[in-house]
Design a protein around this ligand. Structure first.
Ligand code: F0G
Length: 445
């Protein structure tokens, strides 16, 4: 059973209220434009923001930077084989690079790709191939007050509906994203994974698991899916991944690293196709856009992610943040997911209509109140989508403590109790609507 103590610390500072007011105004009420030195607790993302272990740092110093035949690549390959059960990999600079390699090889113009819910970059890579990404979430996946142990599941019924409409020939790929980031980080059961495998077999599609948060998902499976009670996390993770033909992985999440990713494959022909595409977009097949040292650190991080004690501690931490918020009357999506707590900003600000962005308003107020950075995933990030106005508070791995979460919860409660908050309006936005939340600028209405 592992636990951690800190052997290196990073100084952070809560800027004065005056400085926070100026910073958010200068940022055009968009927290992506804030300098990190102006942020006290940064819950923008859990991606690449975690703390590496001493073993990872030690491995990093031994990185083999050879262009071809790097030993660090061999270590990564071996680690993926042991932890995830896949014999072949194509390395990439991060998850979206791996998506480009795999979906560029499997998906063609006019195709339809199914996913429990496409993450933004997955959706964009499918669309970039001229194909249509279609979500098949479980019923109620977006209801902040809903119930269920595995609300991240793939709705196989919806999958069949789409196949009946468009024909199986047009659906070359079925993706299962574990945990389901776009549906509040909710987990997917192994039982559902088996059903998706059957579905993919029946329609002759390649079954891909987006495994970014595979270890967190295994933690939920052990706690909630009777068949796996008491089993080792490492065994559960390997079993769940065993049903897929291929994996896309961002090492920046459950690889416990600051960079990197890969495609993992079983079949030789698809591996060869991906290798060739990888050379074009990522790099030679024994580094694929990563430095040797990044591969070495990722090889260790993957093993740590399935150690007993790690995932339990991780899920417990996210749950603690959720409980502290709920105790103070901040409405959150329950149960909490694996990597983040999602605040229901539509409920916090019922008088702010979606076109005045209640979620983005909450994000800006939270920063002004406590120097805390979250991210909006509602009407500002997904224009036109029928989604609740949620704000994601993502928890970096092995980085923050209860004191930080108490500070976040106090700040969020102050924002929740505030009256006469006005919404925001957009001042300038880029020509690509699906990416507007990264760079658009706003002002109070
Ligand atoms: N798939 C999922 C489910 C993700 O959550 C992400 C990234 C990616 C793929 C792409 O990986 O960032 O390494 O290129 N999610 C981050 C987030 C950015 O904040 O949720 P990447």
């Amino acid at each position: 059973m592992v636990a951690y103590r800190s052997s290196m610390v990073e100084r952070t500072e809560l800027p004065s209220r005056g400085r926070r007011e100026r910073a958010i105004e200068d940022a055009g009420y968009n927290v992506f434009n804030l300098a990190s030195r102006d942020v006290y607790v940064d819950l923008l993302t859990d991606s690449g923001t975690g703390t590496m272990s001493t073993d990872q740092w030690a491995a990093l110093l031994g990185g083999d930077e050879s262009y071809a035949g790097s030993e660090s690549f061999e270590q990564l390959e071996e680690s993926v084989r042991d932890v995830m059960g896949f014999p072949r990999i194509v390395p990439a600079h991060q998850g979206r690079g791996a998506e480009n390699v795999l979906y560029g090889s499997l998906v063609s113009e006019g195709d339809v790709v199914l996913n429990n819910t496409h993450f933004d970059t997955t959706r964009a890579h499918v669309a970039n191939q001229g194909a249509e990404p279609v979500d098949c979430p479980a019923p109620g996946a977006f209801d902040p007050d809903g119930e269920g142990d595995f609300r991240g599941n793939f709705s196989v019924d919806r999958g069949y509906e789409v196949v009946d409409r468009v024909g199986a020939d047009r659906v070359p790929v079925v993706i299962l994203t574990i945990t389901n980031n776009s549906a509040a980080g909710q987990p997917v059961s192994v039982e559902n994974t088996r059903r998706v495998r059957e579905f993919a077999d029946r329609i002759g599609a390649t079954f891909v698991i987006d495994a970014c948060r595979f270890a967190e998902n295994a933690g939920f499976v052990r706690a909630r899916e009777g068949e796996f009670e008491g089993d080792p996390i490492a065994d559960i993770a390997r079993e769940q991944l065993s049903y897929a033909d291929a994996l896309v992985m961002s090492g920046k999440k459950d690889g416990l690293s600051n960079a990197g990713g890969f495609v993992a494959l079983r079949e030789e022909d698809l591996h060869e196709q991906c290798r060739q595409r990888g050379i074009l977009y990522e790099g030679f097949p024994t580094y694929g856009g990563m430095a040797g040292r990044d591969m070495a650190a990722l090889a260790v991080g993957l093993r740590e992610a399935v150690e007993e004690g790690y995932v339990e501690g991780r899920l417990e931490r996210v749950r603690t943040l959720g409980n502290l918020l709920a105790e103070r009357g901040v409405p959150i999506y329950t149960p909490t997911g694996g990597h983040a707590v999602y605040v229901d900003a539509g409920e916090v600000f019922p008088d702010i209509p979606p076109e005045a962005f209640p979620g983005q308003t909450f994000v800006c107020e939270l920063y002004r109140e406590g120097g805390v950075r979250g991210v909006e995933l509602g009407s500002f990030a997904f224009p036109g989508a029928d989604r609740p106005d949620l704000v994601r508070l993502a928890v970096p791995r092995r980085s923050y403590h209860r004191e930080h979460f108490e500070h976040v919860a106090d700040a969020a409660a102050a924002v929740t109790n505030r009256e006469n908050v006005r919404g925001l309006e957009i001042v300038s936005e880029p020509s690509t609507p699906e990416l507007r939340h990264f760079t658009a600028e706003l002002r109070p209405r």
